[in-house]
Design a protein around this ligand. Structure first.
Ligand code: PLP
Length: 356
């Protein structure tokens, strides 16, 4: 697909935030964005890299009324020995298209997604921060732009990608989080959209997030919506436990996200001498295991934090503390190994890094 590039002149570009401590997450955006349009008649067309800025949209645009939207999140990392590389962008493309099919959106061609994003990051190279633990967050998004109020799949859609330099998630060291086990609210149901990366899932999760904060917790542990018994995800991350020295994570059920970080951890574990099991995990098993010491560690996994240690679960206002709320050795090793590959400090034996 032909890609038109309209770069800003150097003097029109924004000043870059040079203080890594000020970056935060998703607060600064680069100078350009990738945009392409789709219509039922024409298919994908008009792929372009243009200055970052607001879209003009009709107030009846379908995405604003019925939430026909899917997105992705991945990162570009400055490499230890020079250059910039993206982590497993082909996995994000595949997942975006699975999400798109679930939401009746058109799938995005591989060349538009992969070549378009590579070209955008190449143009915005100076926006990839260099300080330890920082990266360039990439947010591909697909929305229904057709102006009409009928409930049906839109015949006009837009794909766009914006870039945000992000700070180190653990600027002041690894901090184990406290998690509220959500018993009343559900994030997703079997047959629903839980496996799609779509904005509506997030909107539906905000209330439980507020309840967690009211109880002094950072995140929510979602249980399955039918029996409220099996562990699914934590916040917007997948969840792992170390139980009897084995790495255990819920088997994909269709109602939570197939994380790329989750997949990477499962693939890395054997090379670190860790046995892995994907299986249903009941909340009673977790709580009982914390009591008896069989549950040795717990952590969330996702692109933003990579690995996020869990210090304690709040279940019915009782606190179940894991490993004295200290970071476990398996958690630390997986974090060090995965970030080592991402920043080019360790060999990329799986071919996960895509260099510009
Ligand atoms: C994006 C996301 C994850 C993590 O996926 P990664 O590919 O590892 O970043 C987990 N759960 C939800 C709900 C998500 O949206």
């Amino acid at each position: 697909m032909e890609l038109r590039i309209e770069p800003l002149a150097a003097e029109q570009r924004k000043p870059k935030c040079t203080d890594a401590a000020q970056l935060g997450f998703g607060r600064h955006f680069s100078d350009h964005m990738l945009v392409a349009d789709w219509s039922g008649d024409q298919g994908w067309h008009d792929a372009r890299i243009v200055p970052y800025g607001p879209f003009q949209m009709d107030p009846s645009a379908m995405v604003l009324h019925y939430g026909q939207e899917v997105f992705e999140g991945l990162k570009a990392y400055r490499q230890e020995h020079g250059g910039i590389a993206l982590f497993r962008p082909d996995m994000n493309l595949a997942r975006l298209n699975r999400s798109a099919e679930r939401l009746s959106l058109p799938t995005v061609p591989a060349d538009l997604f992969l070549d378009g994003i590579m070209e955008l990051v190449r143009l915005e190279q100076e926006w990839v921060p260099a300080a330890e633990g920082t990266s360039l967050y990439i947010r591909p998004t697909l929305i229904a732009t057709e102006a009409a109020l009928g409930v049906r799949p839109a015949q006009q859609c837009r794909f766009f990608t914006i870039l945000s330099p992000v700070g180190a998630y653990y600027a002041s060291g690894f901090t184990p989080v406290r998690i509220l086990v959500a018993e009343q609210l559900s994030r997703a149901v079997p047959g629903g959209t839980g496996e799609a990366k779509t904005g509506g899932n997030y909107a539906a999760s905000l209330l439980a997030g507020n309840m967690a904060h009211d109880r002094g917790c950072d995140q929510v542990l979602w249980l399955d919506a039918v029996q409220h018994r099996f562990v699914e995800e934590v916040g917007a991350m997948n969840i792992f436990f170390v139980i009897d020295n084995c790495l255990v994570t819920p088997a994909l059920s269709g109602s939570f996200l197939a994380g790329i970080t989750r997949d990477s951890i499962i693939k890395l574990a054997p090379s670190l001498g860790l046995a892995v099991a994907e299986r249903p995990i009941a909340i009673d098993e977790v709580l009982e295991g914390i009591r008896t010491g069989r549950v040795q560690e717990a952590f969330g996994s996702g692109t933003a934090a990579v690995v996020s240690p869990v210090g304690a679960f709040n279940y019915r206002d009782e606190l179940f503390t894991i490993n004295n709320a200290a970071v476990g050795t398996v958690t630390q090793r997986l974090y060090d190994t995965l970030t080592g590959i991402q920043y080019g400090r360790l060999p990329d034996t799986n071919g996960w890094m895509h260099r510009l």
